[in-house]
Ligand binder design. Sequence first.
Ligand code: BGC
Length: 535
Amino acid sequence: MALEAEAKAISAKFDYTDEDVNKGVQEFLRQMSEGLEKDGTSLSQIPTYVTAVPNGTEKGLYMAVDLGGTNFRVCSINLNGDSTFHLTYTKVAIPKELMVAKTAEELFAFLAQQIELFLRTHHEEQFEKHLRRRMTISSPVGFVDEDVFRLGFTFSFPIQQLGINKGTLIRWTKGFDIPDAIGKDVCALLQKEIDKLHLPVKVAALVNDTVGTLMARSYTSPGKSGAILGAIFGTGTNGAYIEKLSNIKKPMQGEYDQSTGDMVVNTEWGSFDNQLNVLPNTPWDVELDKESINPGIQMYEKRVSGMFLGELLRLVVVELLKKPHVAFFKDESSDSNDWKSTTNISPTSSLYSQWGLDTAIMSVAAADNTPELVTLRQELETTLHVYAPSLEDAQAFKAIAGAIGRRAARLAAVAIAAIVLQTGSLTNPETADEPVDIGVDGSLVEYYPYFRDMIYEALRVIEGVGEEGAKRIRIGIAKDGSGVGAALIALVAAGMEKAEPKEYFVDYIGQLRRNAKDHALGSLEEEADDVAARD
Ligand code: BGC
């Protein structure tokens, strides 16, 4: 059958063989070393200066905001002083026009407004108290310092980190494009807008979402050794891991504690192999990149993350639709016109516009294993306005979507395996009986069926990992890790403001391990209405 054969041939172009996976790992390791040696390489390997953690007894209310993809989240974390915390959050979709605003001010003003709204909704009493004080107390800023909320800013774009609450934007990713912000300190940009609204909030820490995920996972995952990697497979993709200080050869500007011998490094692996030494490159990858706002950049991310997989699939679908000899989403494709109606696509279907195919439908396709593919066919109708698709149409769609998703998962395994090998976690005799723990978050790992299974399948064939190694690697979800992680770092930063810095440069990794042992999981309570608003 023409359609089936065509779908098979296209799917084969997304094959990423065991040999490719192994080559990918070797190149990833090479590019990691290169990034540790000098700036300006495709894997940025950004030192984060994260070297301290709270000791679990702190009390207080901290805030965290998260800008990094489709939504902006504001949360407050109430630390109870016994390693448990209560988290409240709201999220709002970032208006598309702000992602490409003319000035940074427009975006950051919007963020400050959301913070104000959150404070008014969830912390009205404290907020009013602050306002009253502001009217009555004449300090230079109008606030009693103790009453100022410390805020951890999760900013999930490549940043040149200059200190715990200072970092300049290297480049935008994931569809954001505000050239005015490049090279500017994003903490200062946010603080300026917060101050304009006279909010009692101080931006205390700047954190990448992967670093937050690593912190949160290390804090909560049991075992002698904490997590070695925090990774995001969501709208974008990236990983932060624990590197030996002695391996970081390039100069670092900020001050840091050397006693742990380790530092968290933000790889910015979305830009792995921008030069395409080993990444697969189908004609649709080429087209997607050409039409993107950052051609030649984030080449790994464009093959792996949620923002791009749907678009890749859309480009394939559109090409198939143009082939006169292939009966795809046309009535003739059906063996028997089983829905007794004419297959057609609405001329206004989002299939015809860039980004018009949401990656979420790929999850539906992967999850629907029924003989008639009823759910997928309904989804094609409701989201893409493809009316009365035949079983054969849906089968072709599912096969191609599956091939794109499988390639993404196998590429994800490349990054994970390279980091496991780089850290030597599988060969360290001290932790030989321990799992190698990895915290992950993001819509792909959370919602795409079998994503983790496909990662494991690839891990098993990787030299240096193999069946046994793959068994030891524990990939666990670090839900809301970036918010909790940012609040934890804000807490430490707030402590650093008051104390002699040395006191707070504790053994970061060791402390995480002790905390994990001393306390079971930190309790993550969420308010019911906030859960309802979840991704
Ligand atoms: C950004 C990273 C971020 C990742 C996941 C990428 O596009 O460059 O900084 O960690 O997305 O959100």
